[in-house]
Design a protein. Structure first.
Length: 225
């Protein structure tokens, strides 16, 4: 296992340790979260851990079912005890860019519905400022042209992905300077046709677990900051 993959595994396994019996847990999407799911499944088998998972993507739902993690829905459990998810970038203010896998709309819904949001990343995802990764955007196909023009009018460039979201919508990636993550999150979402973008500035994680090869570093956000 290469160092980056080992870091992801360490972070994912550490996050699984926060899960307790009786919890309803949001299950994120991505290569780091899969390790959290693996450890949760091991704890279900070995410790009798009793939880329900709310998946943020069809891929996560499939993996969870394969691993034997019981699943439910937001309709049945509108308030979650915690969500565990990955990120493409994390800045010093706990702002995130998510959506490399195209699941950011469901991920943001689940994170917002959760009392506690835990993000797992390898150290390469920790940045001084958001923006190098680009901003994933889920777009209603009917409004794609308008969305592209509006973002270009803001000084950004847009590239359309070949795949669609689990919701059946178009996915784009916008590259532009992110001076104020919260303001840009709101501005992008105000464009007609934008369903959701991958900036997480209004729902930031309470805990970020960083795998660094030698173990993990756990960073907790102070309340109200």
């Amino acid at each position: 296992m290469n160092p980056t993959e080992n870091s992801k595994k360490s972070a994912g396994y550490a996050a699984a340790g926060y899960v307790q019996s009786g919890m309803v847990v949001g299950l994120g999407t991505g290569s780091t979260v899969k390790y959290a799911l693996e450890m949760i499944a091991k704890r279900i088998k070995n410790e009798g851990l009793d939880i329900l998972g709310i998946p943020t993507s069809e891929a996560t739902a499939g993996l969870a079912m394969k691993l034997g993690i019981p699943l439910s829905t937001l309709d049945e459990h509108p308030v979650l005890d915690m969500a565990i998810d990955g990120a493409d970038e994390v800045d010093p203010g706990f702002n995130l860019i998510k959506g490399g896998g195209g699941a950011h709309t469901r991920e943001k819904i689940v994170a917002t519905a959760s009392k506690r949001f835990i993000v797992v990343v390898d150290k390469g995802k920790v940045v001084g400022k958001l923006g190098d990764f680009g901003i994933p955007i889920e777009v209603l196909p009917f409004g794609a042209g308008l969305v592209k023009r509006k973002i270009e009018g803001l000084g950004g460039t847009v590239k359309q992905r070949n795949n669609t979201s689990d919701n059946g919508n178009m996915l784009m990636d916008a590259r532009m300077e992110i001076r104020n993550p919260a303001e840009l999150e709101d501005l992008l979402n105000s464009i007609p046709g934008v369903i959701e973008n991958g900036i997480f500035a209004h729902r930031r994680p309470e805990v970020v677990i960083v795998g660094d090869g030698a173990g993990v570093v756990v960073i907790e956000r102070e309340d109200g900051k």
